[in-house]
Design a protein around this ligand. Structure first.
Ligand code: FES
Length: 154
């Protein structure tokens, strides 16, 4: 049976410049296995990379795609950077908050949906961009929120 440690060693082989270069894919692997990056998951990753947990935490806390708290079965992530903000991202956030009954940064009480306001998703020409379970939706308007929420399990 291949362990997490073994899988990280395979990843490390792809980065001859050093273990630190393998931090992003190793953290991604840890998140895929655990669903989020708990303190234990970060320590396990650091051990496998032979770096400090503080280094792994500094990387994980920089990037929006890493979850440092448990997330729901579905994630809705709304870009609120400048181009999206200029196209009404705040109204989109508020519409999703209203549709889900939670604030951005929270998970519904049933653990189904996590709503997050995030940094640029790389689709600035199609603002507002919303990632629904990692699939990007473009030109999202506030009036689209309820339909997107209703379609989560479709
Ligand atoms: S600013 Fe929203 S995708 Fe870049």
């Amino acid at each position: 049976m291949t362990t997490f440690f073994d899988e990280v060693q395979e990843i490390r082989k792809r980065y001859p410049a050093g273990a630190r270069s393998a931090t992003l894919p190793a953290l991604r692997l840890a998140q895929e296995k655990h669903g989020w990056l708990s303190r234990e998951a970060i320590e396990e990753t650091a051990d496998a990379l032979e770096v400090t947990p503080a280094f792994c935490y500094s990387v994980a806390s920089f990037y929006d795609m890493f979850h440092l708290e448990p997330v729901g079965r579905h994630t809705i992530e709304i870009c609120t950077n400048l181009p999206c903000a200029l196209c009404g991202a705040q109204k989109v956030v508020e519409a999703f908050e209203s549709a889900l009954g939670i604030s951005a940064g929270e998970t519904t009480a049933d653990g189904e949906v996590t709503l997050r306001a995030v940094e640029c998703l790389g689709g600035c020409g199609y603002a507002t961009v919303v990632a629904v379970d990692h699939r990007y939706r473009q030109n999202v308007k506030a009036e689209d929120a309820a339909e997107i929420v209703e379609g989560l399990d479709a």
